[in-house]
Design a protein around this ligand. Sequence first.
Ligand code: IPM
Ligand code: MN
Length: 393
Amino acid sequence: MANPDGGKDKQWRVAVLPGDGIGPEVMAVTVEALRALAEQGGPDLVLDELPWPSHRWHRDNGRIMPEDWHAVLSGYDAILLGALGDPGPSSDPGRYLLPDAVSLAPLLDIRKGFDQWACERPAMLLEGAPRYLADERARDLDMLVIRENSEGEYVGQGGRLAPGSPREVATQMEVFTRAGAERIFRHAFERAAARAGERRAGQRRDRQFPLPDGGTAHAQVCLVTKRNALRYWGEMYTEVFAAVAEEFPDVATHHELVDAACMKFVMSPWQFDVVVASNLQGDILTDLAAVLSGGMGVAPSCNLNPSDRRQPPMFEPTHGSAPDIAGQNLAGPQAMLLTAAMMLDWMGEEDARAARAASRLRTAVESDLRVHGTAQRATTVIGEAVVKALEAV
Ligand code: IPM
Ligand code: MN
């Protein structure tokens, strides 16, 4: 995928979707930081702000996104999304409020519409971020949870028979395919192999994992299932995982049942490296992983289609619209900024300027966090401090 000219002439068109609640506030700060990076020799970015999906757009147009949303977003290289959901403020009972099934649908529609089959949610405990676990070793947390993002429990098939009656039956289908399993596992192993490379090169704190032949690996992939109860997809996942693992003899493997994984995420999260899980189990595990890394306020996330880079990926923080603090300039923009850094990483696979901008942005956010922690400061004040910190990196 590397571009021979280092991506010198590449212009990146980004659809900026601030969304609801704190979304526009954290996005404004992030757009400022991206513009500063672009001006300082970073990637050539076109940042087009779109007013949808949002409650406001729905109020004015009767729908959450325009009918041609897919065609419009197809014209972009990447999508950067703030937050969707309750627009807040929650103190206003008369606010224009939609059911979750309407306001959050664009998340699932966009993931599905561009076949963004891999959701990546890294968890590291940055210095200054709240540490909820008492054990000192929790500082060494360095995991990447990869969530299958296209099928499984989220296919949306099913229905309600005789709704509201005492004989009501609700069905919710789960669909797992061998092809879907194979691509997400191969992607997880590729990410693990890259992490092993970074560790051998001294760019990431080293880790050792036992290999079956007695040797040691510098990375591991842990498969999560619930195969003791949900045996059909659990068994298929186990078989496909083993077959893909054979292609990566230098990466260690492990398996956890999802309930035990929750327990071990809390007891000894430093033992995990890359974790791969189904759509729903990955959803739940990544909220837990976000808390281990300091909470939703610092947890980035992205949705990628690694098999087709022409399908725009969507970068969105794990957090929601935070209606309790919306509109008050109180939201921490760190998760959104670190999510933008993931977008620059993705661009950086083709564009050396973007790769450099990603690391500068991450360093600036980290240095601000190291000094101020998550002490209450205005969103805009943190944004300005991060832009200022860019001067030093
Ligand atoms: C997330 C969210 C969404 C999900 C919801 C809002 C549909 O929880 O991005 O993790 O379940 O995927
Ligand atoms: Mn979630």
